[in-house]
Ligand binder design. Structure first.
Ligand SMILES: O=C(O)CCC(=O)C(=O)O
Ligand SMILES: [Fe+2]
Length: 202
């Protein structure tokens, strides 16, 4: 357990044992709700492809960022949150000091080489009492761990296959991001990195 700040920890390799079940569940979600690259309000298309499961899914389009109970591409509810997803998120949160985490959404991010996510806060949730649980699968990435202000300097730390980061409490609105993914090939995911971001949104 690597402390990153008050309420924030890196649980190295925490998800490793569960990877086969996680990837199987991920592929089932993506079959029902395919990955898509969404548009941000400014008009750019995100480099990261996304889908969701749970009671709500995070979406963006020209109108803004928000949670939606349905997949805008299909009009159907998002796939249910798979048990292995929920179990891991709850266990990791508890180990990080958040024993009552009840995620109602998991955003699944898919990064191909070159894809990135700029520094941002996760702040589209109704309240920020619950932590964020973030699981890395496949190709390694460089996590940018900033401060509570946009211009605070960001640490760069490697996130590898199976790593889990939890941040909540005083760190819940910490700026964070992912540096452009380096080229590579992972034996289990191929030429990509997946990230599962569990949140309490509603
Ligand atoms: O890919 C990651 O590790 C971070 C993803 C993230 O910050 C987000 O989806 O809000
Ligand atoms: Fe985020």
């Amino acid at each position: 357990m690597v402390p990153l700040g008050p309420g924030a920890v890196l649980l190295t390799a925490r998800a490793l044992d569960g990877v086969p079940a996680l990837l199987e569940a991920l592929h089932a979600v993506a079959e029902a709700a395919p990955f898509r690259r969404m548009t941000v309000p400014g008009g750019h298309t995100m480099s990261v492809a996304m889908t969701s499961c749970g009671a709500a899914g995070w979406i963006t389009d020209r109108r803004g960022y928000r949670y939606s109970a349905t997949d805008p591409d299909s009009g159907r509810p998002w796939p249910a949150m798979p048990e292995p997803f929920r179990d891991l998120a709850r266990a990791a949160a508890a180990e990080a000091g958040f024993p009552d985490f009840q995620p109602d959404t998991c955003l699944i991010n898919r990064y191909e080489p070159g894809a990135r996510m700029g520094l941002h806060q996760d702040r589209d949730e109704r309240d920020t009492d619950a932590p964020i649980v973030s699981v890395s699968l496949g190709l390694a990435a460089t996590f940018l761990w900033g401060g509570l202000l946009r211009n605070d300097p960001a640490r760069r730390l490697p996130l590898r296959h199976g790593d889990v980061v939890v941040w909540g409490g005083p760190s819940r609105l910490q700026f964070h991001g992912i540096a452009p993914l380096r080229e590579g090939e992972h034996p289990l995911t191929g030429r990509c990195r997946y990230n599962l971001t569990f949140r309490r949104a509603l």
